[in-house]
Design a protein around this ligand. Structure first.
Ligand code: DP6
Length: 370
């Protein structure tokens, strides 16, 4: 008889993502994907269980900020995982534990993981030390490569929808926000009554009406701080357990996701800016009121925010900011205001950036096979 714990474990598995028996033998090969980063408008901050979000979130998929990964694999006899990671051609031993942890949770859904040795050749389009979250683009690129290999082990490839859904499901197991980096445009992760098809298990492309102004929205990432973060996202999420304002924050995020629906449909930029900036500051307010508390913003972050506000007041240009779990500022604006905003960046904002660095990006189309 199987011990109870094995039954309990099987019951927690999501049957939809367990593969049927493989039919093909593939001894070695190589697959490659390019996957983008994303920027959340309504933020994910707080999780439970196996990488399940405490509230729903929505993000713009980015275009230029992306990770390209080539996964070389060859069959092996031994048990255990064999993983080598190269970033820009250089072996990175410190990346391996995170990938091993991901392999451990992904193993039931990708049962071939112990049967191959893997070498990941990865590179980011953004500077390595830019402080831009590479876990979303990196984990989604890896999930896509592994699924591509799984497709080769079957008689017929999965249909495109099932493939993207399982890719998002797997990416989520590696890093929550990575689930939102498979599809392009606006993407929702987390079950929400107002978003049809939404799920805690994987992200979906936002299925509702979107005003054309958001289809080519611009995001310039102002690189304020390019060093290692003082508190990682994973630790920050953990501090939401027992946080005095946690429940209110989760309710606020879900309410904001409901509120953003008519805003996105009508192209109401005033309401969009108010909601997005409030989300960013609420996220950082959670950090300020965690125990232990921490601050990820820097003086330059605040200087940039204040200048964006005064610029908006002076010119009427609808430019606003959002923040990740870090000091960098994402400056969001409609494409028709590119020139005015980019003049401001060059004339003033870049002076607050580390080495004057920034990245012009915008809404992208999602991950692509290379
Ligand atoms: C502030 O996805 O990096 O960017 O699930 O622990 O890998 P893990 O965390 P991560 O958290 C991202 C948090 C955020 C907001 C967001 O992207 O929604």
């Amino acid at each position: 008889m199987l011990p109870f714990s094995i039954f309990a474990f099987m019951a927690t598995l999501h049957q939809e993502f367990l593969p049927s028996a493989y039919t093909n033998t593939v001894t070695s090969g190589s697959v490659a994907w390019k996957s983008p980063s994303n920027i959340a408008l309504v933020k994910y901050w707080g999780k439970h269980g196996q990488q399940l979000p405490k509230n729903a979130s929505i993000s713009f998929t980015l275009d230029h900020c992306a990770t390209s990964t080539r996964l070389d694999f060859s069959q092996k006899e031994s048990t255990g995982f064999v993983i080598t990671v190269l970033l820009d051609g250089k072996v990175q031993e410190d990346f391996v534990p995170k990938i091993e942890k991901f392999f451990n949770v992904a193993k039931p859904y990708l049962p071939f993981l112990e049967q191959y040795s893997f070498t990941l050749h990865t590179s980011n389009s953004f500077p390595h030390s830019s402080g831009i979250a590479s876990s979303a683009s990196g984990m989604s690129a890896l999930a896509l490569c592994l699924l591509d290999l799984e497709d080769q082990l079957r008689d017929a490839p999965m249909n495109a929808d099932a493939f993207r859904r399982k890719a998002s499901f797997l990416a989520r197991l590696g890093s929550g926000s990575a689930s939102r980096s498979i599809d392009g445009g606006l993407v929702v992760w987390g079950e929400h009554p107002e978003v049809e098809g939404s799920s805690d298990l994987f992200a979906v492309q936002y299925p509702e009406e979107v005003h054309p102004v958001f289809q080519d929205y611009c995001d310039t990432v102002l690189l304020v701080d390019t060093g290692e973060k003082v508190v990682s996202s994973t630790v920050g999420h953990g501090l939401m357990h027992g946080h005095p304002f946690a429940e209110q924050r989760f309710a606020q995020a879900n309410a904001n996701l409901k509120a953003i629906k008519p805003i996105l449909a009508k192209g109401d930029l005033e309401a969009f800016m108010a909601l997005v900036e409030s989300e960013a500051l609420s996220l950082h307010a959670m950090m300020l009121s965690s125990s232990p508390y921490f601050i990820l913003m820097k003086p330059a972050t605040l200087a940039i925010i204040n200048r964006i506000w005064s610029f908006r007041k002076e010119t009427g240009v609808p430019a606003c900011f959002t923040l990740d779990a870090g000091a960098n500022v994402h400056l969001l604006y409609p494409a028709i205001h590119k020139e005015a905003v980019r003049n401001l960046i060059d004339a003033e904002l870049k002076a607050h950036c580390k080495n004057g660095a920034y990245i012009h990006d915008g809404v992208g189309k999602g991950a692509v096979r290379l």
